[in-house]
Ligand binder design. Structure first.
Ligand SMILES: [Zn+2]
Ligand SMILES: [Zn+2]
Length: 353
């Protein structure tokens, strides 16, 4: 490897290591405030309202919504998640490490003549794209299963029970759901990392660095921090490839026609391929929740942790025939979809007014 090539590779590793948790947190709130400032400036200029710091803060952080039970739950789950995420992330890392070593050893034994090479910048970029596509597809698949399998829906319902979306809603998940997501995507990453280790001299830590950097870049590129916000940002024609914030907001809508739509994470191509894509109308206002009366059950942090376990246990008992099955609020939205008419659903209205 010549010195220019080596230095460009070392610069790339340095750039990849920039995606720390603290920097991503800064980028998340920075993006949210910039979007808020642009939206505030345009809206208040058009309506000729006087502008002030106070009205700007109230515009970005509407007190009526931030003091709601839904927002309070988001805040608590966010801070508890800070601790549990490290444990879940650690389990995922161990799984990737073990699987990649096992796969690379298997390939080494099967194709012993293949010599490992030192990967260059292009190899890192190609691997980054491969990891990104694999993780994004894994996320789409697990999300689809969480909507279609009643047992998993009971856990995913915690996220969908939010009646107000803020950047903190991104962390509104039951830890068992996070664990399932982490294990599933780690299997994909571990397999690719194992194949990569068979061909290249990259360590597992370097390969994980590529995965983390790819995720960080994509998170910023798709304006991930706005998907749980009051700003209905669309990418226009690019909504056919990338999942815009407005498309994810529609995923949270109580409207019947929006249920089980836009399951993608960063890319929308999986949704369009598997017919789960739905493009919202420009600026379309949405009301959020599962559309069921049980949404209020999740206005307590304790219930967010306990109810999914209790309800999934009940579902198991029902499926084993030890308890009579009935279509009620404990059923996932897919099960009641055919039995519930539109007129029974709450009327949609904008909380952004
Ligand atoms: Zn969902
Ligand atoms: Zn969401």
């Amino acid at each position: 490897m010549n010195s220019a090539y080596a230095s460009s590779l070392s610069a790339l590793w340095k750039a990849l290591s920039l995606a720390s948790r603290e920097r991503m947190l800064f980028a998340t709130w920075g993006t949210f405030l910039v979007a808020g400032a642009i939206s505030y400036w345009v809206e208040f200029a058009v309506q000729k309202h006087p502008r002030s710091i106070r009205s700007f803060l109230n515009y970005c952080f509407p007190w009526r919504d931030w003091k709601s039970a839904s927002a309070r739950v988001d805040v608590v789950l966010y801070f508890i998640g800070k601790g549990t995420d490290r444990l879940i992330g650690g389990i995922g890392l161990v799984l990737v490490g073990v699987l990649s070593v096992y796969v690379s050893r298997y390939l080494d034994a099967a194709f012993s003549s293949t010599a490992r090479t030192n990967g260059g910048v292009l190899d890192v970029l190609i691997l980054g794209c491969l990891f990104f596509l694999a993780v994004d597809f894994a996320n789409y698949t697990t999300h689809l299963m969480e909507h279609k399998i009643p047992l998993l829906w009971e856990f995913h319902k915690v996220h969908h029970s939010a009646s107000f979306l803020s950047p903190l809603t991104t962390a509104r998940f039951h830890p068992l759901e996070k664990m399932i997501d982490s294990v599933f995507s780690s299997l994909f990453v571990g397999l690719i990392a194992g194949v990569a280790k068979h061909f290249y001299n990259f360590s597992v830590a370097e390969l994980l660095g590529i995965v983390a950097a790819g995720n960080a870049i994509a998170t910023l590129a798709v304006l991930d921090s706005l998907r749980h916000s009051q700003f209905p940002v669309s990418f226009g024609l690019f909504d056919r490839v990338i999942l815009s914030p407005h498309m994810h907001q529609l995923h949270h809508s109580v409207k019947l026609e929006h249920w089980d739509k836009n399951m993608g994470n960063k890319l929308s191509i999986w949704d369009w391929c598997f017919r789960t894509g739905f493009k919202p109308d420009k600026g379309e206002a949405l009301r959020y929740g599962t559309g069921q009366s049980e949404d209020t059950d999740y206005e307590s942090v304790l219930n967010c942790y306990i109810l999914p376990i209790v309800k999934s246990y009940r579902l198991c008992k029902q499926s084993l025939g030890t308890e009579s099955a009935e279509v009620d609020d404990t059923q996932p939205i897919q099960s009641v979809q055919s039995t519930q008419s539109l007129s029974q659903l709450p009327q949609t209205e904008s909380f952004m007014d």
